[in-house]
Ligand binder design. Structure first.
Ligand code: AMP
Length: 192
């Protein structure tokens, strides 16, 4: 099964992807994690993306399409994957459809985690108050910019996937376990 976890920054895509990986054995393919690893390792890809990511800008479509294609061809994706933070533009969604079709596969389901902007902001503020190690893009200012980009470039994917009959919406403001339960109920209702 190939799933897309979709939603604004801070909606809980990473958390729910990790739970899906643990429960269903589907690898989590997070372009954000891949890019952060490249930055950490100081690779040319990391060097090229570092400033854009710190500002909350999207990295170029060709870059993420290339790294997701390479990652998807690893043996652990033979039964599918959970796409987390990808696609983020219509061009990326089209490239993903093409990549999967070339391998005789398709996106089976897109789970949209719906969370109000005010809740996203209060989550960032809570993380800041809690101390811990924060990502350089995890600030109220960068969140506001990332949300602008989300509504402009990424939210149109809701219509794209709804038209394909693949979109399911989940209340991402519920407690983590309740979100997980909603997702499980949707997945358990998928035939096969
Ligand atoms: P994330 O961890 O998914 O929140 O991603 C962190 C940052 O990585 C984003 O703000 C972008 O700068 C970059 N990024 C991650 N995934 C993508 C993508 N699919 N398209 C473009 N940029 C991305």
């Amino acid at each position: 099964m190939n799933l897309v976890l979709f939603g604004p920054p801070g909606a809980g895509k990473g958390t729910q992807s990790k739970l899906l990986t643990a429960q269903r054995g589907l690898p989590q393919l997070s372009t954000g994690d891949m890019l952060r690893a490249a930055i950490e390792a100081g690779t040319p890809l990391g060097v090229a993306c570092k400033a854009l990511m710190a500002k909350g800008e999207l990295v170029p479509d060709e870059t993420v399409i290339r790294i997701i294609g390479q990652r998807y061809d690893q043996p652990d994706c033979k039964d599918g994957a959970v796409f987390d933070g990808f696609p983020r533009t219509i061009a990326q969604a089209e490239a993903l459809d093409t990549m999967l079709a070339e391998r005789g596969r398709q996106i089976d389901l897109v789970l949209e985690l719906k969370v109000d902007d005010a809740v996203l902001l209060s989550r960032v503020e809570t993380r800041i108050k809690a101390g811990g190690v924060l990502r350089s893009d995890d600030t109220p200012e960068t969140l506001a910019h990332r949300l602008e980009i989300y509504y402009r470039n990424t939210a149109p994917l809701i219509g794209y996937y709804r038209q394909q009959g693949k979109l399911k919406t989940v209340d991402g403001m519920a407690p983590v376990e309740a979100v997980t339960a909603q997702i499980a109920a949707i997945l358990n209702a998928v035939p096969g």
